[in-house]
Ligand binder design. Sequence first.
Ligand SMILES: CC(C)(COP(=O)(O)OP(=O)(O)OC[C@H]1O[C@@H](n2cnc3c(N)ncnc32)[C@H](O)[C@@H]1OP(=O)(O)O)[C@@H](O)C(=O)NCCC(=O)NCCS
Length: 181
Amino acid sequence: MELKTERLIIREVTWDDLNDIFILESSPEVDEYNTLGIPDNINVTREHLRPFIEDQKAEVRKKYSWTIRLQATDEFIGHAGMTLTADRFKMGEIWYNLMPSHWGNGYATEVAKRLIRFGFEFLNLHRIEAGVATENKRSIKVLEKAGMTIEGIRRKILPIRGNWVDNYHYAILEDDPWDEA
Ligand SMILES: CC(C)(COP(=O)(O)OP(=O)(O)OC[C@H]1O[C@@H](n2cnc3c(N)ncnc32)[C@H](O)[C@@H]1OP(=O)(O)O)[C@@H](O)C(=O)NCCC(=O)NCCS
């Protein structure tokens, strides 16, 4: 499955992407607000990807994970995903990580908006959520530019390098006013 934006291709992950994703997850800048931690070796990333790749065979999909690539060159620039809850909630949660060399070009915002559209139009969701460490200013900006609304704070919920960190809870509803442009 492939989603396109003006500048990006968002393509479902395959095992061929393992090394690129391992390099991404090994970046200390990417890890700063991430609960996964830096992988000790590529097998840690392999096990992290496995449920997403196995889900591609499921009759009812629950997990999506995509590489983010530049349309112009097909260069790998990041990894994004969406996890769905039980069907009756019609709800999904999105996340994204970009290679630091590509930060600041509006790519994450482009990805977040496309995933929101995918969630509402293709998956027929009612509500899409995202969580972000309260200090993660870049990602907060992305979620707000993507049209999400802050709904609250979850105190000391994120285990990050041995500390408990606060998390802002964001969401957008299918009938919220939304402009993808
Ligand atoms: C968060 C992340 C995905 C943002 O990617 P990106 O492509 O640089 O995001 P965008 O360019 O779409 O938007 C970033 C915004 O943050 C702003 N920003 C950058 N540094 C900032 C700072 N220190 N304080 C406040 N805003 C900042 C930028 O100016 C930009 O807003 P603007 O377009 O209004 O100028 C990227 O930094 C990343 O991968 N971080 C590590 C992983 C991560 O935190 N993932 C999200 C987990 S919730």
